[in-house]
Write a protein that binds this ligand. Structure first.
Ligand SMILES: Cc1cc2nc3c(=O)[nH]c(=O)nc-3n(C[C@H](O)[C@H](O)[C@H](O)COP(=O)(O)OP(=O)(O)OC[C@H]3O[C@@H](n4cnc5c(N)ncnc54)[C@H](O)[C@@H]3O)c2cc1C
Length: 391
């Protein structure tokens, strides 16, 4: 029989991921959330089961799966009430390393990442003063012989304390001297175990995300840490960001499914005025609407992933998928919390924690406004409202 589920071929992966997640129930995440602790046991279990190596080619010890499979893995983690934020960078930075990294970088690091002995979990782009305007970033990497010397500061660099390797975007040519507007930034794959001058400060945040600020003070790295060509890093990061958007969107779909199921289960069980609250359309409709919006978003997410896997760079689809999926998860979060009434605020129901976590994706890794700006410009041909092409 024909399946209209674009992820049908990955059903064994779904089952396997669900099995791993079953060992990490709500109580595990609640405890970590209260202590703002890193879910090491969960990340180790995923790594041992091979899921974190999904996108690493077999030649380097991974499973050589595509972005669609990776999206299914992350979606399933979230659908089961777990949180992939602790480890998703390993997948979404992989495109940059695979497409633009040198053979030596791949041989040195990918087998270790694949067998779980090395972690590539940090992606340093955002800075305090540049925010969304990535081209305005100020961290510099100055070439000195066979080294680069890095100075500057990143903010919101998640998981920096729980990684061995970091993908870093820094300026190698002053903005005014760069050949084009987008030239002059470079990507580096830094082995944090081998450098001095890096200071990492955790940021206590609304959610348990292991996020930090990172200071670089004359940090010397070998020139071999450069990914691709010097000065072309912004392009590499942009193409990598499409995979990031798609993977985060898949997590949002998983969250939406979790919220909708949790809310529907509760609406069937909770009896008020002598009947389950779910008998009321005022309770049903928000959940049903969230379900419809989730299904629409899910279709775009897997279309974008399929386009990426066919070698395209689907910027419009990836951004659209991220926005719709984040909206769907937030709508589902709201419906689920409202359905739970006061109990939605009680930690032991896990709804309030997931509610806080789902809110992030209206802001990061790219805010809804900036996606709308991008669609307006790229698809509708409206004047650019951000960056230097403004007006
Ligand atoms: C928990 C968490 C984890 C993160 N992890 C990472 C990470 O691992 N690595 C990393 O590099 N970054 C990370 N980030 C950073 C994240 O990508 C940024 O917060 C996000 O890109 C927005 O940048 P900003 O916070 O500086 O907001 P700003 O750029 O200051 O924007 C503030 C608000 O203004 C709006 N805005 C700005 N310009 C425009 C415009 N032209 N039109 C309309 N609206 C506009 C934005 O939509 C936003 O709502 C993380 C952030 C958080 C909160």
């Amino acid at each position: 029989m024909t399946s209209f589920d674009p992820t049908a071929e990955f059903s064994a992966i779904r089952e396997g991921v669900a099995q791993v997640c079953a060992g990490f129930p709500g109580a595990y995440w609640r405890d970590l959330d209260a202590r703002r602790a890193y879910p090491k046991a969960f990340v180790d279990a995923l790594g041992q089961a091979g899921y974190l190596a999904a996108m690493i080619p077999e030649a380097y010890g991974g499973s050589g799966l595509n972005l669609q499979a990776a999206a299914v893995i992350l979606e399933e983690i979230h659908r089961n009430g777990c949180n992939a934020a602790a480890c998703h960078a390993q997948m979404y930075t992989m495109g940059t390393v695979l497409r633009h990294g040198t053979e030596a970088q791949k041989r040195t690091y990918l087998p270790g990442i694949a067998d779980g002995s090395l972690r590539l979990q940090a992606f340093g782009v955002t800075e305090p003063t540049s925010g969304t305007d990535t081209l305005a970033l100020k961290t510099t990497a100055r070439r000195e012989g066979e080294e680069y010397v890095i100075n500057g500061q990143k903010i919101w660099t998640s998981r920096a304390e729980h990684t061995d390797l970091m993908v870093l975007l820094a300026r190698t040519t002053p903005r005014e001297q760069a050949a084009t507007r987008t030239d002059g930034l470079s990507v580096f794959l830094i082995d944090l175990r081998a450098v001095q001058g890096v200071t990492i400060r955790p940021i206590r945040a609304m959610i348990n995300h292991a996020t930090t600020e990172v200071f670089f003070d004359n940090v010397r790295i070998p020139a071999s840490a450069l990914v691709g060509e010097e000065g072309r890093g912004f392009r590499y990061i942009l193409s990598g960001m499409n995979s990031e958007r798609i993977l985060i969107a898949a997590e949002c779909i998983g969250d939406a499914k979790w919220f909708i199921k949790k809310g529907s289960d509760y609406a069937r069980e909770r009896v008020v005025f002598g009947a389950p609250i779910g008998i009321n359309q005022g309770v049903q409709f928000p959940l049903a609407r969230a379900q419809a919006h989730m299904m629409a978003a899910e279709a775009i997410v897997y279309r974008a992933a399929a386009m990426y896997d066919s070698g395209l760079n689907p910027g419009v689809e990836a951004n659209t998928a991220k926005m719709l999926a984040a909206d769907a998860s937030w709508e589902a979060a709201e419906a689920c919390l409202q359905t739970h009434g006061g109990f939605g605020f009680a930690e032991e129901y896990d709804v309030e924690r997931k509610f806080r976590e789902a809110r992030l994706y209206q802001v990061a890794p790219i805010s809804t406004n900036l996606i709308l700006c991008f669609i307006a410009e790229q698809v509708l041909g409206l004047p650019k409202s951000y960056g230097e092409g403004r007006g």
